[in-house]
Design a protein around this ligand. Structure first.
Ligand code: FES
Length: 146
């Protein structure tokens, strides 16, 4: 009987250790893994249309195999940022009521320009180029302009 109890406790401890290890290892692996698509291989992507973007709203999309976000700022202009937290790679969330991005993994906060408001992240979110052609909104990496 004692052996059964000991085996049960060993299984619980082993499973708990495995879950805890995965919790810490997964973000590190995501941070270290190279992107599936190299920067520069994709010119630009059509994200949405101007009529779909209300003031102070955000639209998340996938760009270069990574999460990205297009934001319409209160002044009507657009900004696009990587939504991948620069700390350990979790996806940030947009807090429209407070005008900032929050990473729920470890609490980093970024303003609408992608600058760090609160760590542990120390680097800003990568900014992408936004271009509007007619009512279509495109996002690109570099110097490509619509
Ligand atoms: S991954 Fe740690 S704060 Fe975002």
């Amino acid at each position: 009987m004692a052996s059964t109890r000991r085996e049960f406790l060993n299984r619980v401890i082993t499973a708990g250790t495995a879950v805890l290890a995965a919790y810490f290892v997964y973000p590190v692996l995501r941070f270290l893994s190279p992107p599936a698509v190299a920067l520069g291989q994709v010119g630009r992507v059509l994200v949405t249309t101007t009529s779909e973007m209300k003031l102070n709203s955000a639209k998340f999309f996938k760009f270069l195999d990574r999460p990205a976000v297009l934001v319409r700022l209160p002044d009507g202009s657009y900004k696009s940022l990587s939504a991948k937290c620069t700390h350990m790679g979790c996806t940030v969330q947009f807090e429209s009521s407070k005008d900032f991005f929050l990473c729920e993994c470890h609490g980093s906060e970024f303003n609408m320009n992608g600058d760090v408001l609160r760590g542990p992240a120390s680097l800003p979110l990568q900014e992408y180029l936004v271009s509007v052609s007619g009512d279509k909104i495109y996002v690109s990496v570099g110097n490509q302009v619509a």
